[in-house]
Design a protein. Structure first.
Length: 567
């Protein structure tokens, strides 16, 4: 029994495509093998390709310059990110396999308007047809390249190692050309993406890269044209060069012609698996094929040795940045599909007011995705002279959610990404400080009130006019009079530093403390005061209005009680 095999992309090193299911294979015989013609093609004498060049030009869609990136790329979680619920949001966006590379970008908010605008330009370009998908496909292709390079390193079989490396090289070259083709067909305006396109275009035209790609393609073509024969007798397999016996094809065709009735013929061809890992039978066959065709495999060894590094650092960095944009884009699409908006905010100067419309809490939104509970959106506005929003109202009315949303919008704006809102005007902040009520630390010598005071003191000391402070029920463990006194002093200090803040409290009087303080109140359904609307609106705080509404509902106002007594 003789079998032939064209060595294809998957079959050049994967002898399982022709190996029979034998219990054992004896050493294959190479006797009577056809002579192999030596090629005059020379590999290994070309210059090292762009994939191994030492230069690392600055190409980025996240940072305008290398200095900006080096000064902001960090791996520590910013203070307050857990209070805002954003850390878990970011973990849900970033694939577990990409966290070490991509998550740090979410933990490094920008500090300058020009850096934010640089990213805004990229987001606008990503609205172009096919751009986001092209970046996504390129990132997946490079992932496949690394996967095959890892398989190449892990295998103990020489021919499999060489072939996976060649396959990775070809996938890298083809991925680059596919991405450039899409970018060339797209009108780009951002400095970031036009810079990436220019770099990739120059890379494809580089003599070293062209030589690298040409050698890889030539090797693949030569390997694809290799044919060999297997003769199997019992547990013995003989590998030999294939001698083209065309008369067998004609004879077989003539033999089976009598069964051709002109109808649709069922095919019994089998697609061999394209997965990682040779077994020892496949490896032995591949090893003997390599001995039959020493020229091709020697050239392959030279190629792999010369071009050991496939993906250069600048491309690796670009892929990581692509994943940042792609991940956040698809994350946003989940909300847009259910009618929740995202927008690139207008960046406000320190002397300008800020606002947001139809904004929502992203952390709560993630929890409600897929549920039947509708998200409630809210608006806010601070005039240029206003600095603090004091939020009051009934418990469980959405005050904490509003405060968290306020902090999230400012943090996300500093990342240069679209924010959960239909329209927003926001500043670039230097820090988002948070003080949310927490359980008392029983291991600390200080009580809860002292712990709260120390935390707030630390925040105020570090805050600047470019900071945002989110304080939620800070002094809830005290009496009303103490909460009023401590809250007054806290707001005075925040106003002195000219920082913007949201201050959630049960003390209505704090909302009337200063002209720079704006009062917002969580509302209830007027027809059913125990029903929360989760809407927080700008109006004067009056805790008695809620109490009167409850008393009216249950017939407990003075007039209602007096009427029943007189009756």
């Amino acid at each position: 029994m003789a079998m032939t095999k064209n060595v294809t992309e998957s079959g050049s090193h994967r002898a399982h495509a022709v190996a029979p299911p034998l219990e054992a294979v004896e050493h294959a015989s190479l006797d009577n093998a056809a002579p192999v013609e030596q090629s005059n093609a020379s590999f290994g004498t070309e210059p090292v390709p762009a994939t191994t060049r030492s230069e690392d030009p600055w190409v980025s869609i996240l940072y305008p310059s290398r200095h900006d990136r080096d000064g902001s790329h960090q791996a520590t979680v910013p203070e307050g990110l857990d209070d805002l619920g954003l850390y878990q949001v970011f973990l849900s966006i970033v694939n577990a396999g990409d966290r070490d590379q991509v998550l740090p970008y979410y933990l490094a908010p920008l500090r300058r308007v020009d850096e934010v605008e640089f990213r805004h330009e990229v987001w606008r370009d990503l609205d172009g047809d096919g751009v986001i998908e092209a970046l996504s496909q390129f990132a997946r292709a490079i992932h496949d390249v690394h996967l095959r390079l890892q398989w190449s390193r892990d295998t103990r079989f020489e021919e499999e190692r060489l072939s996976w490396h060649l396959d990775a090289s070809l996938r890298y070259c083809r991925a680059l050309r596919s991405l450039v083709a899409v970018l060339d067909d797209t009108t780009l305006c951002s400095h970031g993406l036009t810079g990436v396109r220019a770099y990739l275009t120059s890379l494809l035209k580089d003599d070293a890269f062209i030589a690298f790609e040409a050698q890889a393609e030539t090797l693949r073509q030569r390997l694809d044209h290799i044919q060999y024969a297997l003769t199997i007798r019992g547990a013995r397999v003989r590998v030999a060069a294939f001698e083209n016996d065309d008369e067998y094809a004609a004879e077989i065709h003539s033999l089976f012609e009598r069964f051709n009735r002109g109808g649709v013929v069922t095919t019994y061809k089998v697609n061999f698996r394209d997965s990682y890992g040779m077994n020892h039978i496949e490896a032995q066959i591949a090893s003997r094929v390599a001995k039959l065709f020493p020229s091709e495999f020697d050239q392959l060894r030279t190629f792999v040795s010369r071009y050991n590094s496939v993906v250069p650092p600048v491309i690796e960095r670009c892929v990581t940045e692509f994943i940042f944009y792609v991940g956040y884009h698809y994350f946003m699409q989940q909300f847009k599909k259910i009618g929740l908006p995202f927008t690139l905010p207008t960046m406000a100067l320190a002397s300008e007011g800020i606002n947001a419309s139809d904004a929502f809490d992203l952390a709560l939104g993630v929890k409600l995705l897929g549920s039947t509970t509708a998200m409630v959106t809210n608006d806010f506005r601070l005039a240029p002279s206003e600095r603090v929003i004091v939020v009051s109202g009934p418990n469980q009315g959405g005050k904490t959610t509003f405060a968290r949303m306020f902090g999230q919008l400012h943090y996300l704006a500093a990342l240069g990404v679209p924010v959960p809102s239909s329209h927003a005007t926001l500043p670039v902040v230097d820090e988002v400080f948070t003080h949310f009520s927490r359980e008392e630390d029983n291991t600390a010598q200080a009580g809860k009130l002292e712990q709260d005071l120390r935390r707030m003191k630390s925040i105020i000391e570090r805050a600047t006019a470019s900071s945002v402070i989110v304080a939620n029920e800070v002094f809830s463990s005290t009496t009303v009079s103490d909460a009023l006194g401590l809250g007054t002093k806290t707001l005075d200090q925040i106003l002195k530093r000219d920082a913007r803040a949201v201050y959630v409290t049960f003390v209505d009087e704090l909302s009337r403390l200063d002209p720079r303080v704006v009062s917002m109140v969580s509302t209830v359904d007027p027809a059913n005061p125990v029903e929360r609307t989760y809407k927080v609106v700008q109006r004067a705080a009056d805790g008695r209005a809620y109490a009167v509404a409850i008393a009216t509902k249950y017939g407990l106002t003075y007039e209602q009680v007096l009427h029943r007594v007189n009756a």
